[in-house]
Design a binder for this molecule. Structure first.
Ligand code: S3P
Length: 425
């Protein structure tokens, strides 16, 4: 990618939220009646979810790239698939689908790509087994290929050792058809899209502090889902607009669910100039138009219950920190090691190649700011968020940057490079 950019200017509509898009197809599939989805993210991960549910007998039509119609089969109506279910690169698909398939007595084999094969699944298969569900897989059901035979779930009170919306959602989805009440208590609050969307489909979900519970035997009714722009995708432009000189970027209709806005809190604390120019806070998933302008950043400390609210944004925050004055410490983020790549290692290694002063720690990283980055040959290692972070880094690097495996961005943001180019012109 070309050498230093003179400024990023323009208006961008980032694609739909990945977490919400997955759930809209999944919940639509097990609802009674039809669900229409607008603003759907046509990224590889969400297309994997569509393909899995089509194999489970669900009629899913893409009217256009962002409008999807799902003809629900009801919670007991999924068919036994004649083929394996391939989730591609998508952790959300494999973890949530296990909760949905838990109460069928069908046979399912779940696989994914090389990255999925390394990601821990015991965090979901463990509690599902406790509920009485038959599951198996490599290393005692910790790794794919996984086989799920289902069963008749009994409600459990599950205390999750990690703040993970994927774990919480899988257990709650299994709980939908379980005997009695199922609850999940987390160490910190993770994103709550499942809770909000189940309510929109007519399911009662109770929240009490860090505990969410659901009564078994409830059914979902098809509805309309409007997916806002993904704040995790917007994050790349929030940082790009902050660190590339002479920039002003307007981002339209970005989801601002409070369980996802840690990036706004962190960047504002670092001194970023981000303003909300219009907002709808009453929607099931609130959204707003955001404007970012170039500013001087300062180092900060990020940890504790802020981490689940910005876990996917840490790679791009690390880049912002290389340009900040002073040191940034990111801690309590060991979960980064089990994302699409080990994101502590990939962020540290790739940014080091570009001249950053950054060290890995056991549960995060320390970044000494104020460094000038230079072009280098770097690699996304197939991780979409690493690819996008490196592309933003290339905008401020002196000299040419080559990003290997840059196509990985299609997992969550197929038009990312086009949008970045539009802002440069
Ligand atoms: C997601 C939850 C998060 C996040 C992932 C999407 C979801 O993972 O990192 O990109 O849609 O539920 P964990 O729940 O494992 O933290």
């Amino acid at each position: 990618m070309a050498t230093t950019v003179k400024g990023l200017k323009g208006v961008i509509q980032v694609p739909g939220d990945k977490s919400i898009s997955h759930r809209s197809v999944m919940f639509g599939a097990i609802a009674e009646g039809t669900t229409t989805i607008s603003g759907f993210l046509p990224g590889d991960d969400c297309l994997s979810t569509i393909s899995c549910f089509q194999k489970l007998g669900v009629d899913i039509q893409m009217v256009n790239e962002e409008t999807v119609i799902v003809k629900g089969r009801g919670i007991k109506g999924l068919k036994e698939p004649v083929d394996i279910l391939d989730v591609g690169n998508s952790g959300t698909t494999i973890r949530l689908i296990m909760g949905i398939l838990a109460n069928t007595l069908h046979h399912h084999t779940l696989i994914g790509d090389e990255s999925i094969a390394k990601r821990p699944m015991k965090r979901v298969t463990g509690p599902l087994r406790e509920m009485g569900i038959n599951l198996d897989g490599r290393q005692d059901a910790n790794f794919t290929p996984l086989v799920i035979r289902g069963g008749k779930a009994k409600g459990i009170q599950y205390h999750s050792p990690v703040a993970s919306a994927q774990v919480k959602s899988a257990v709650l989805l299994a709980g939908l058809q379980a005997e009695g009440t199922t609850s999940v208590t987390e160490p910190e609050k993770s994103r709550d899209h499942t809770e909000r969307m189940l309510e929109a489909f007519g399911v009662q979900v109770k929240e009490d502090g860090l505990t969410v519970s659901i009564e078994g035997g409830q059914t979902l009714k098809g509805t309309h889902v409007e997916v806002p722009g993904d704040i995790s995708s917007a994050a790349f432009f929030l940082v790009a607009g902050s660190i590339v000189p002479n920039s002003r970027i307007e981002l339209k209709k970005i989801g601002i669910n409070p369980t996802r806005t840690g990036i706004l809190d962190a960047l504002k604390k670092m001194g970023a100039a981000i303003n909300t120019i219009a907002a709808n806070r009453e929607a099931a998933e609130p959204f707003a138009d955001l404007v970012v302008e170039t500013s001087s950043l300062k180092g900060t400390e990020i940890g504790g219950d802020l981490i689940p609210r910005l876990i996917d944004e840490i790679p791009i925050i690390a880049l912002a920190a290389t340009q900040a004055e002073g040191t940034t410490v990111i801690k309590d983020a060991a979960e980064l090691k089990v994302k699409e790549t080990n994101r502590i290692d990939t962020v540290v290694n790739e940014l080091t190649k570009m001249g950053a002063n950054i060290e890995a720690t056991e549960d995060g990283m320390v970044i000494h700011g104020g460094t000038r980055l230079h072009g280098a040959q770097v690699n996304s290692y197939g991780d979409h968020r690493i690819g996008m972070m490196l592309a933003v880094a290339s905008c401020i690097a002196e000299g040419e940057t080559v990003i290997e495996n840059r196509d990985a961005v299609s997992v969550s943001y197929p038009q990312f490079f086009n949008h970045l180019d539009l802002l440069k012109s």
